[in-house]
Design a protein around this ligand. Structure first.
Ligand code: PBG
Length: 347
């Protein structure tokens, strides 16, 4: 009889042997997600109209938390075994240089103090950027003739001024560290941001405060729902003068090498799923821990498809997170963190 196996000769290699049952599959599993890998983003504001969490419509299950509730929410994250949160603030007032970001009574420093007091073992990271705090929604100081202190006639109007923004980042980082932040996470893609933040922290006595740099952050359509969540869309233009171009791969290595030189403790790639090659490059080229940010759009699109019964939410979320880990991420910032812990426990 003409049997295909005979045609193939004696079949020694049968990879399916190692997929035969659940026990064997567990033993040979190369990358498994753990709650230890997760960082949960939290949006915090001074108050909400009814005192409860204010749902973010474009991110089902996520909310802006009023200060009065932030410590309880942080406690619930800690109780699930998630090691860290990263904070995003929605200030009461915005101005041209984002004053509330560095005011000791600003939204994030206040939230940090409340969380650290209630849940001292939870690692508190603060997203260090100005777009949530400026009235124009850009990540630093904008070049404009009516701002006599900063105006640079050599640069175009509307340009984000690099070095004046560095001064603000240094100041705000110290304010967040004084409030008790464990990790400062600069996310503005401003040249030199890690250098000045490291110097400022050390100068103020915070040499144990870590820096997780958004080292390779791309200008991305996947941040869409976040603009809703943090109420921080740019009022003109976009972020392509400071965030990276989607087509570039070598440039990510350059950005990461600079941040290593400048003293970053952790390097981040963002977004995650559409940039797995960048995560893999980061892992292969640097010894620092690598973080990846599964951003708002990555979260919302799975929810939107699952709402229509087109995808299974749990399965596709865990698959995406595992892919990000497999590519080389040691830690993942994800809005799925709390759900994922439950899903992992239920197998
Ligand atoms: C602030 C910042 C952004 C995100 C994290 N920090 C927005 C942006 O750069 O436009 C995006 C996070 C997300 O989409 O989940 N600079």
């Amino acid at each position: 009889m003409d049997h295909p196996q005979a045609a193939a000769g004696h079949l020694v290699n049968r990879p399916r042997r190692l997929r035969l049952n659940a026990g064997i599959r567990k033993l040979v599993c190369e990358n498994a997600l753990s709650p230890n890998d997760l960082i949960y983003p939290l949006f915090v504001r001074h108050a909400t109209s009814d005192g409860g969490p204010r749902p973010i419509v474009s991110m089902p299950g996520q909310s802006q938390w009023p200060l009065a509730r932030i410590a309880d929410e942080a406690q619930s994250v800690h109780d699930l075994g998630i090691p860290a949160v990263i904070l995003f603030g929605i200030p009461d007032a915005k101005d041209s240089c984002g004053t509330e970001n560095y005011s000791p009574d600003g939204i994030v420093p206040t939230a940090i103090r409340m969380i650290k007091q209630a849940v001292p073992d939870l690692v508190v990271m603060s997203d260090m950027c100005f777009c949530e705090y400026t009235d124009h929604g850009h990540c630093g100081i904008i070049n404009r003739p009516d701002d006599a202190t900063h105006y640079d006639p050599a640069m175009p109007e509307g340009y984000l001024l690099n070095d004046p923004t560095l001064d603000l980042l240094a100041k705000a980082s110290v304010a967040h560290a004084e409030a008790g932040a464990d990790v400062i996470a600069p996310s503005g893609m401003i040249d030199g941001m890690v250098t000045v933040i490291r110097q400022a922290l050390d100068g103020a006595g915070f040499d144990q405060t870590s820096i997780m740099s958004y080292a390779a952050k791309y200008s991305s359509g996947f941040y869409g729902p976040f603009r809703d969540a943090a109420e921080s869309p740019p009022s003109f233009g976009d972020r392509s003068q400071y965030q990276m171009d989607m087509g570039n791969r070598r440039e990510a290595l350059k950005e990461m090498a600079l941040d290593v030189e400048q003293g970053a403790d952790v390097l981040m790639v963002k977004p995650a799923l559409a940039y797995l090659d960048i995560i893999s490059d980061a892992r292969a080229n640097f010894d620092l821990p690598i973080a990846a940010y599964q951003v708002s759009g990555e979260y919302s699109m799975l929810h939107a498809a699952a709402e229509r019964d087109w995808l299974d939410l749990k399965r596709t979320a865990i698959e995406s997170l595992t892919a990000i880990k497999r590519a080389g991420a040691d830690m993942i910032l994800t809005y799925f963190a709390k759900d994922a812990v439950g899903w992992l426990a239920s197998g």
